[in-house]
Design a protein around this ligand. Structure first.
Ligand code: HEC
Length: 144
């Protein structure tokens, strides 16, 4: 039994050990932070996306009403160019793909590159996080 006031051997940390532990913990924390940040980027923040949708709402509603562009209610999973009563460009009508994360991301990055000849003349979103957030919002708009 150690006399009162002295630290028992098993509790004492050898010199240099404390610093090593701190570095390991720091590296682990950095790894964890990176791991948490990337899925957030891929998933997107729908609430933020709803705010960013102001860049689309001049031409698109999220109800079933067409404006200058087709309505975007239920757009996620819908085949491009298929809203009834909307007159698409020939390019969009012929595109034929369904709107998912990949097709929406490409289209919103550069509409005219993804669908050459589209008549969507504005609405390109340069920032990848903004695009992910808008796509997350579009996902919440239900099925058509
Ligand atoms: C200046 C008006 C305008 C703006 C702003 C705009 N769009 Fe469009 N959008 C259109 C038009 C017009 C079309 C039809 C394109 C065609 O037929 O080639 C379209 C088509 C689309 C389609 C294809 C829909 C379908 O039924 O296949 C999606 C998806 C889309 N827009 C998303 C967006 C998003 C998201 C934004 C905002 C970031 C946006 N648009 C901003 C005019 C606009």
């Amino acid at each position: 039994m150690a006399p009162a006031g002295t630290i028992p051997d098993e509790v004492r940390v050898p010199k240099g050990r404390g610093r090593k532990m701190k570095l390991t913990q720091w590296a682990l924390a950095a790894l964890l932070t990176a791991g948490v940040a990337s899925p957030a980027l891929a998933d997107g923040d729908a609430a933020r996306g709803q705010t960013l949708f102001s860049r689309c709402s001049a031409c698109h509603t999220v109800t079933e009403q067409n404006k200058m562009g087709p309505h975007l209610s239920g757009v996620f999973g819908r085949t491009a160019g298929t809203v009834a009563g909307y007159t698409y460009s020939k390019a969009m009508a012929a595109y034929g793909k369904a709107w998912d994360e990949a097709t929406l991301d490409a289209f919103l990055t550069a509409p005219n590159k993804a669908v050459p000849g589209t008549k969507m003349a504005a609405g390109a979103i340069a920032n990848p996080q903004d695009r992910a957030d808008i796509i997350a919002y579009l996902k919440t708009l239900g099925a058509s």
